[in-house]
Design a protein around this ligand. Sequence first.
Ligand code: DLL
Length: 434
Amino acid sequence: MIWNREMECADRDTMQALQLERLKKTVAHVYANVAPYRKKMDEAGVKPEDIKSLADIVRLPFTSKEDLAANYPTGLFAKPMKEIVRIQASSGTTGKPKIAGYTRSDLAMWGECVARGLTMAGADEDSIVHVSYGYGLFTGGLGAHIGAETIGATVIPMSSGNTQKQVMFLQDMKSTILCCTPSYALTIAEGVAKAGIKPEELALKAGVFGAEPWTQAMRDKIEAGLGIRAHDIYGLSEVMGPGVSTSCEENNGMHIQEDYFYPEIIDPDTLEPVADGEKGELVITTIGKEGMPLVRYRTRDICYLMRDKCACGRTTVRMSRVFGRTDDMLIIRGVNVFPSQVETVIAKFSSELTMNYKLYVGREHNTDTFDLGVELAPGLAIDDIKFAEALKGRVEHALRDMLGIGCKVRLLNEGTLPRSEGKAVRVEDTRKLD
Ligand code: DLL
């Protein structure tokens, strides 16, 4: 099944004509209503009327997460607050998150995009869609939810956690589609096995997994453990949330919803475009959003584009899986973490801690582990057990408040961590995705 044949199977000329019309509209909209865009375009010497073809997009300045930080919280909104009906957010580089605002029409567009993705996984109005992405500011839960509702499926808003209960609902409600992060899908598969349930005893047919990088090996494990077909779904909060692209039954890249998102791939160093099929950084221009449109937004995600025809019949351009990032953002248990956020927390304890720290990310039993090793300030010692335990507790608490996930703190005596002679290596990530 294809949710929107007219858009998903449009011929190139039709799609490009629509993209150009929408690009012009978006650029005029931000130029008229968002001062930081107007300023940047004026500085670059480009006016909305200069955009005459899709190729002219390269004349427009890039937008980055730094622009979101500089205009925190709502400085890039293009509509008055009374027209914004939803706020979502994700981690920013320091203490402040990236805020996204949606109008009613943006929410309808989000529902449409996710509906297309869920349909690729075989969802229809008879489906029971079990959503185990977190609900809240994170776009996973509410994103999958609005897509399933748009289709008219039955949605179970489980949110994440409490795996035993997840397994019970999967079994008792005969859920047919599971939506969660790939690592949580593995945990659920483990829970299913632990409960003595065979995959074929579940009604599950497919899963739509994303929000973190994963590999074919991980997909194989999930498919075997749950007896399903696994689909990849991509997106980011500031651009919309899940549903920017989703993989179809061919499992050969993710179809980008091109009537809403115009993709480019650039070399992150030269900022020049790279050829189709070559890896680079994905840049997205939203061409259907009103509340917070983004022009040439640098996602920092590394992938490549495929324009050959897909056997599923859809004609939209596909992006490969995400291979990594061009910045230092980590995704731990599905949550985005920047080392700079950790640094902001450490700085708050300046009389007790030094800025010599290291983050250790690993993987045990399909779950990410996350530890912080940090040196005590001179004169303080970890053998003062009572003091060290109390400090550890306070730092862990502050980290949880800042990051939204737990991080185990290891206090170290001053001078324990190796000193860097160049760029400090702050992160040791030993996760093997497969
Ligand atoms: O993770 C939105 C989402 C929710 C996507 C549920 C898919 C499913 P953020 O929290 O803003 O939004 O994180 C966005 O997560 O820039 C990528 O680095 C990474 N990411 C998202 N989807 C995938 C994926 C959501 N399928 C950041 N594969 C993005 C690899 C992904 N990485």
